[in-house]
Design a protein around this ligand. Structure first.
Ligand SMILES: Nc1ncnc2c1ncn2[C@@H]1O[C@H](COP(=O)(O)OP(=O)(O)OP(=O)(O)O)[C@@H](O)[C@H]1O
Ligand SMILES: [Mg+2]
Length: 291
């Protein structure tokens, strides 16, 4: 697919893929695509950070390669691993004479026994891929430093095989929920965009795309209520994902209005913390008091 030349064009393309981006996000993405720079998306929980990478891959017909970060993730899980099980099987099948042969041993560390992990896969796929490095704030410092290296030259050296380099880098989208501050060095490599909660009118539109067929009046009321919830001091304020869930839940139950009763019955779609539940239940009247 042809790459968009303007912010408006990219916004329309993303909308075609079911994603509503505001001008700021579209601009940042257009620059990332055009200048081949990684983009770091930070923001509240459930505001569409991960989703935008998926939609970008879908609308441009690229492969989505996802590296989900977590505490303790290391290069084996991110880059490549040797397939020990297959190597063992192969060794067993070799005769004593073959094992004495250097070549046979070298072959054990050839491409056939290399298990590609996301970063290697992305370097090989190059511009055919969108590399999503999700929740990078969960990985530890050392891993972040290693990522920095990969992101600066898109090149990986496997000692037994050689250096593999991307002719053109993939589009790289990193996301973070800011559970910890990322290092300046990593941030400097990337374009940065903060995704906040969408304005109510936009959130209504997002629900319209994601849960088509639900009454707009109900959606408006839910969006208004969710916005009130976000003003309360909740441990887990609801994201866009929760708004969509709440609307779907109400619709499924045949509710056409959001009142203290229907809201109270369906809170599990939107409030997912015990202490939050108590606080919300005490304020249901106010939370649901009209759009
Ligand atoms: N701008 C948007 N356009 C369309 N859908 C959206 C948008 N923002 C959020 N969504 C919806 O919200 C859901 C949650 O988004 P996503 O999982 O990308 O959030 P996230 O920011 O990655 O959250 P987390 O911080 O929990 O990982 C998506 O599946 C999508 O349906
Ligand atoms: Mg996410």
């Amino acid at each position: 697919m042809e790459y968009p030349q303007t912010v408006g064009e990219l916004t329309r393309t993303l909308r075609g893929g079911g994603y509503l981006a505001d001008r700021g996000l579209s601009t940042a993405l257009l620059v990332a695509l055009s200048l081949q720079r990684p983009i770091l998306l930070e923001g509240e929980v459930g505001v569409g950070k991960t989703e935008v990478a998926k939609v970008l891959a879908a609308v441009f017909g690229r492969e989505l390669i996802r590296l989900q970060c977590y505490e303790g993730i290391d290069t084996n899980q991110a880059l490549y691993e040797w397939d020990y099980a297959r190597q063992m099987l192969h060794i067993r099948a070799l005769s004593d004479r073959q094992i004495a042969d250097e070549d046979a041993v070298d072959k054990l560390f050839g491409p056939k026994f290399l298990l590609e992990r996301p970063l290697l896969a992305a370097i090989r796929a190059g511009e055919q891929a969108v590399l999503l490095i999700d929740e990078v704030d969960r990985a530890d410092d050392e891993f972040e430093a290693f990522l920095l290296e990969v992101l600066s030259d898109f090149q990986i050296t496997v000692p037994e095989i050689g250096t593999i380099k991307a002719a053109h880098p993939p589009l790289v989208v990193l996301t973070s929920n800011r559970t910890r501050e990322l290092h300046d060095a990593l941030k400097r490599r990337c374009l940065y965009h903060w995704i906040g909660y969408p304005a109510p009118a936009r959130e209504v539109e997002i629900v319209g795309i994601r849960a088509p067929g639900v009454s707009e009046t109900l959606t408006r009321k839910v969006v208004a209520a969710v916005n009130r919830l976000r003003e309360l001091d909740l441990a887990k304020p609801p994201g866009v994902a929760e708004t969509i869930d709440w609307v779907r839940t109400l619709d499924f139950l045949g509710e056409t209005d959001l009142d203290p009763r229907s809201a109270g019955d369906t809170l599990g779609a939107v409030v997912k913390e015990r202490d939050d539940l108590d606080l919300v239940r005490d304020n249901l009247e106010e939370i649901t008091s009209g759009a």
